[in-house]
Design a protein around this ligand. Structure first.
Ligand code: ADP
Length: 537
């Protein structure tokens, strides 16, 4: 039987065409790396994207080649997302917070032909340029007046696109053609590449835009960087639904974020918990309130109860968790407000908000034991969380490593519970969970409980070897006012099981974070590996 539907192909460039024509007056507002605020419309963006597409072609960019960006969230980065992928090349976003050796590895592995770089990151390129094997051009994302002095032969973005025509016909391609490339942060070993297709990107954008539509949100401010998992797909979702986009550039501190949120009246702000800790600290000190924001979408790490409560009670902002990872484009689950939640007493609702949410349509989840046998979805059993779906990776780019896939399911590296109603809650990363005397302790739960103590700014729990219990939890904290170990342990005592209580509390000036802003526990585990060896607790 022949179906009767058209065989049109999903294409990323169609998104900017769509927004440029149907939401032509909606704005993209950016905090510029050079200083000041830049403001233009989707129509302007489409015009400049086409100029850039012509410039790229003139520079020799070809279909299937990788073109890299080392850049903040700004309008020029948006233009690159669409022009590079639109001409049939691959937008390869690089996280500038990685170590220089990792960036060198990534550029060479992807065989990047051109690197587009923000002013802030030119020094990184200067350091590694001798070791880059494939790059023909470096382009600085600025105008002539701001071009830096450099020993590198640098091209200027504005000069490149200025003489070009603003008409361009996007070439056609199959929807399974590659569109964008992101590398995981590579906590151990080299970073691994995930190559998204036009199809996976568009399907992900359709599914993820439910977050906007379910809550009638129109003005998004993604703090989550465009150099990490495509800013969780927001540049694609925003054009798909014609939302105003507010881009913070390099201004990630509390005051800069607050000013932009307030001036542009953002109603959805998106980022990792550490960014919101800074914002909330600023707001508290300055006595300011968020008046326009309705929702904050938080992912990358679990948001603590204290943060959920502060957003709600001080700013009338509903915090919803999203969960995912580079290999999942990234969205796997989202914890949207439901009608049941609207009727719950606040404290009960907060408990629900602490969970990571239900799978978005298209993503399937299951939990398995060490022998890959499926475990019940009863909200209590926990095991390795496996996922599959049309925007989940089935391999790493140019890699033979298949160890993360079992029978067509991707092993997320997380340990979780699943409830009968589909609700997922992360227990821990499998490598961070603490195995004490045959029982498991969730480092995430302990950290988030410790954050409720009024002196604690940031908390990190690691498992360290113990002569009797195999491993025991150690709590490291940064504080913003004086306190004692006893005060923190007493605070925890009635909130967690007795055998979960950390064996020691260590006060530090700073905690280490990885390139995506997450606590980096590997070195800490090494540093403190002997801390409890002599104790006989
Ligand atoms: P990487 O680049 O190392 O893959 P990602 O930024 O993609 O890192 O992070 C993925 C991991 O972040 C997930 O496996 C999970 O452990 C953690 N994570 C993401 N979202 C959440 C969340 N809402 N709550 C708790 N942990 C989360």
């Amino acid at each position: 039987m022949l179906p009767t539907m058209m065989d049109t192909q999903l294409s990323v460039a169609d998104l900017i065409e769509y927004a440029g024509s149907n939401y032509s007056a909606e704005e993209i507002v950016s905090r510029c790396v050079e200083g000041g605020i830049h403001r233009y419309t989707y129509q302007d963006c489409l015009r400049r994207t086409k100029k850039l597409a012509n410039a790229l072609t003139k520079l020799g960019a070809k279909q299937g080649q990788c073109i890299a960006t080392l850049a903040w969230n700004t309008y020029r980065h948006i233009e690159l997302y669409y022009a590079v992928t639109g001409i049939g090349a691959i937008t390869h976003t690089i996280n500038p917070r990685l170590f220089p050796e990792q960036i060198t590895y990534i550029v060479n592995h992807a065989e990047d032909q051109i690197v587009f770089v923000d002013l802030s990151f030119v020094p990184i390129l200067e350091k590694i340029s001798d070791d880059l094997t494939s790059v023909a051009h470096f382009v600085v994302m600025t105008d002539r007046a701001h071009m830096p002095e450099s020993q590198l032969n640098l091209l200027c973005y504005e000069e490149l696109i200025e003489p070009e025509s603003d008409s361009y016909d996007w070439p056609s391609h199959r929807e399974d053609a590659p569109a964008a490339l992101c590398y995981t942060s590579g906590t151990t070993g080299n970073p691994k590449g995930v190559l998204y297709t036009h199809r996976s990107t568009l399907l992900h954008a359709y599914a993820a835009s439910q977050v906007l539509q379910a809550s009638a949100l129109n003005i998004i401010l993604p703090v989550v960087p465009m150099f990490h998992v495509c800013a969780w797909g927001i540049p694609y979702m925003a054009t798909m639904v014609g939302c105003k986009l507010v881009l913070p550039g390099a201004g990630m501190d509390g005051q800069s974020l607050y000013e932009l949120i307030d001036n542009e009246q953002a109603d959805l702000i998106v980022g990792v918990p550490t960014v919101w800790l800074n914002l909330l600290t600023y707001l508290r000190a300055a006595g300011e309130k968020l008046t326009s924001v309705k929702r904050t979408l938080v992912g990358g790490a679990a948001a603590p109860l204290s943060m959920i409560r502060e957003f709600q009670e001080e700013h009338d902002v509903f915090l919803l968790h999203g969960w995912g990872m580079t290999e999942m484009s990234p969205l796997g689950t989202v914890n949207n407000m439901t009608s049941a939640m609207t009727k719950m007493p606040l404290e009960e609702r907060y408990r629900v908000q602490m969970k990571q949410g239900k799978p978005v349509f298209g993503v399937e989840l299951k939990i398995v034991d060490d022998n890959n046998h499926e475990l019940p979805k009863d909200g209590k059993s926990f095991g390795r969380l496996m996922a599959r779906g049309p925007w989940i990776a089935s391999a790493y780019y140019k890699s033979e490593d298949k160890s993360s896939w079992v029978d067509g399911w991707f092993d997320t590296g997380d340990v979780a519970t699943l409830s009968p109603d589909g609700m997922m809650q992360i227990v821990d990363r499998s490598k961070d969970v603490i195995k004490s005397g045959g029982e498991w302790i969730s480092s995430i739960d302990l950290e988030n409980t410790a954050l409720g103590h009024d002196a604690v700014s940031e908390a990190c729990v690691i498992g360290v070897p113990h002569p009797k219990w195999n491993e025991r939890p150690l709590l490291l904290v940064t504080t913003h006012k004086p306190t004692t170990k006893e005060s923190i342990l007493t605070f925890l005592a009635d909130k967690v099981a007795k055998w979960w209580l950390p064996d020691d509390v260590i006060f530090v000036d700073e905690l280490p974070h990885n390139a995506t802003g997450k606590l980096y526990k590997l070195d800490l585990r090494q540093q403190y590996q002997d801390h409890l060896q002599s104790s006989e607790q």
